[in-house]
Structure formats: structure tokens, C-alpha cells
Design a protein around this ligand. Structure first.
Ligand code: BT5
Length: 268
């Protein structure tokens, strides 16, 4: 039983036992004019997508795999922030574990990846913009064997499941309920603010979300390596700016702003 107001309610919920990618299906639905709040769920993907053409792997029936259609009025960089916070909050609600966020889109328990987020934006046939927020969470089972731990050459990122992290099975239905509830409440606040010039000038909801997101980043203050395609940078992750870009103090002393890439922690 969902406790959202419109995310996934009634004909806003699409469930398939298997699909190539929920993001691909949600993208097609949105292009054909589907309204925001439509949530596509599946038990298993045959071609789950990560960023930069990579794959997202699942153990059928053990993961939460969801894609939500949104039509935001607010800047796109807030999407990754509220989506990753919703995952962190749903993990706290369902297993009492404090997850953290590894910039830009990973949710970790300890130093292992338990969830990934893929945000894609486009326009429908009538020219209206939309965003797809795809979330994959390793809920039950043991992923250590199933997941390639090396995401990117030179950077390793081990995986885990919520069950391994908290020692008991977690209801996927309960997790989805909490996830959608957290997503919807933040989304509504951001939408409301974006449409109200006074609230926008004050910017309190977006500021709160940005600050919470920044506080959950396990990346800040650490020595990190950043891979962008063929090049690798290293330095100290000093901060993030208000658009969510990572501010890296390189060993040379220069401060650079990182907009994309993969990061690793040399101590792992
Ligand atoms: C992500 O990409 O982490 C985004 C994953 C988004 C998946 C969701 S599921 C619902 C929706 N529909 C889709 O088709 N996709 C979205 P990235 O940061 O590029 O990380 C991908 C890398 O993580 C891979 O190259 C693997 O090394 C690793 N990986 C793959 N599956 C994993 C898993 N289940 N758990 C942990 N790591 C995984």
C-alpha cells in the first residue's frame, strides 16, 4: 500500500516482471506524453543501464528497480540530490542503517555500493521537457560474487546488499513505499518553490535539500582519485558548489571544479 499522493498511485504504476530497462520504458512513456508521477517497476532488467554506457546488474527478484517520470520546473542538478537523499532515508527507515552518498550518484553502506541512480532528461513530442529518475537498489541476497567490483579502470568499488548490511531480509514493498514517499515529498517542495517567485528568491526548500545532500556526502574531506575518460586526477575533495559540482584541490595546489566522472578512495 503506497502512502504517496500521486507517485505510483492508480494508473501511475507500471509493473513488469522483466524488462530491458525501466529507464528506457519510462523514457518512451514520457515521450508519448505520460504525466509525471508515473513509476515503472520491475523484478529484473535484461539490459539495466548505468552511466556512460555501463551496465547495472541485478539478482532477479532481489532488487528494487524503479524509474519515475518527472517534469521539474527546478534546475536539473537538484534531481540527483533529492533522489539520493530519498534512497538514504528509505535505507534508514527499512533497515536502520546510515548510508552515505559517494559523489556523484552512488549510495554506499560503509565503503560498499548498495544503490545507483541514473538521471536522464529529454523532451516529449510536444516539446515539453521531462526527467527520468532511475534507481537501482541491491536489497536482498548476496551480491559480492555477482557484481563486477571494478567499475572503472584504476578505481575499485565493491558492492553489497541491504540484507548483508543489516543482517536481515528487507521487504522490497516496504522499501519502495518509503522511497516513493521521500521522493514525492521533496519533489513537491522543490516544484512549489520553483513556481513561486517569492519562495524562489528565498530558496529555503532547495537550500535545505542541498545542505542535507552535502552533509551526507562521504566524499568530502577525503583524498580521492577522479577518472574522467582516459584521464585521472587526484587531490582532496574540498567541497561541492551549489550546483552539486565537486571542488577538488589538486596536489599541485590548483582548485578544479568537477562536473562528471567516477571517483575512488585510494585507501579502499
Ligand atoms: C549507476 O551507474 O550506478 C546507475 C545505476 C542505475 C540503475 C537503475 S535501475 C533502474 C533504472 N533503469 C536502468 O536501466 N537503470 C536505472 P554507474 O555509476 O555508471 O555504475 C555502474 C557500475 O556499477 C557498473 O559498471 C558496475 O561496475 C557496478 N554495478 C553494476 N551493477 C551493480 C549493482 N547492482 N550494485 C553495485 N554496483 C553495480
Amino acid at each position: 500500500q503506497l502512502d504517496t499522493r500521486f507517485f505510483g498511485i492508480g494508473n501511475h504504476l507500471v509493473f513488469l516482471s522483466t524488462v530491458d530497462s525501466t529507464n528506457v520504458l519510462a523514457m518512451q512513456l514520457a515521450q508519448d506524453g505520460s504525466e509525471e508521477g508515473v513509476v515503472v517497476l520491475t523484478d529484473s532488467q535484461t539490459a539495466g543501464k548505468g552511466r556512460l554506457g555501463r551496465h547495472w546488474v541485478d539478482q532477479p527478484g532481489h532488487s528494487v528497480i524503479s524509474s519515475t517520470i518527472l517534469r521539474p520546473f527546478f534546475p536539473p542538478y537538484h534531481l540527483i540530490m533529492f533522489a539520493s537523499l530519498a534512497v538514504v532515508d528509505a535505507i534508514a527507515d527499512t533497515c536502520g542503517v546510515a548510508a552515505t552518498i559517494k559523489w556523484p550518484n552512488d549510495v554506499l553502506v560503509g565503503d560498499r555500493k548498495v544503490a545507483g541512480i541514473l538521471i536522464e532528461t529529454s523532451r516529449d513530442r510536444s516539446g515539453r521537457g521531462f526527467a527520468i529518475v532511475g534507481i537501482g537498489v541491491n536489497v536482498n541476497g548476496d551480491f559480492t560474487e555477482a557484481i563486477p567490483s571494478q567499475a572503472v579502470p584504476g578505481l575499485t568499488q565493491a558492492a553489497t546488499t541491504l540484507q548483508s548490511a543489516c543482517g536481515h531480509r528487507v521487504s522490497r514493498e516496504f522499501f519502495i513505499t518509503r522511497l516513493l514517499q521521500h521522493m514525492e515529498s521533496s519533489y513537491l517542495l522543490l516544484q512549489q518553490e520553483a513556481q513561486d517567485p517569492l519562495a524562489q528568491a528565498y530558496g529555503s526548500s532547495s537550500r535545505l535539500i542541498r545542505e542535507r545532500w552535502r552533509n551526507q556526502l562521504s566524499t568530502l574531506g577525503r583524498t580521492i582519485q577522479v577518472r574522467q575518460g582516459d584521464s585521472m586526477l587526484s587531490g582532496i575533495a574540498e567541497d561541492v558548489d551549489e550546483h552539486g559540482e565537486l571542488l577538488l584541490r589538486c596536489h599541485s595546489g590548483d582548485r578544479v571544479s568537477i562536473t562528471w566522472g567516477d571517483i575512488g578512495y585510494p585507501t579502499q
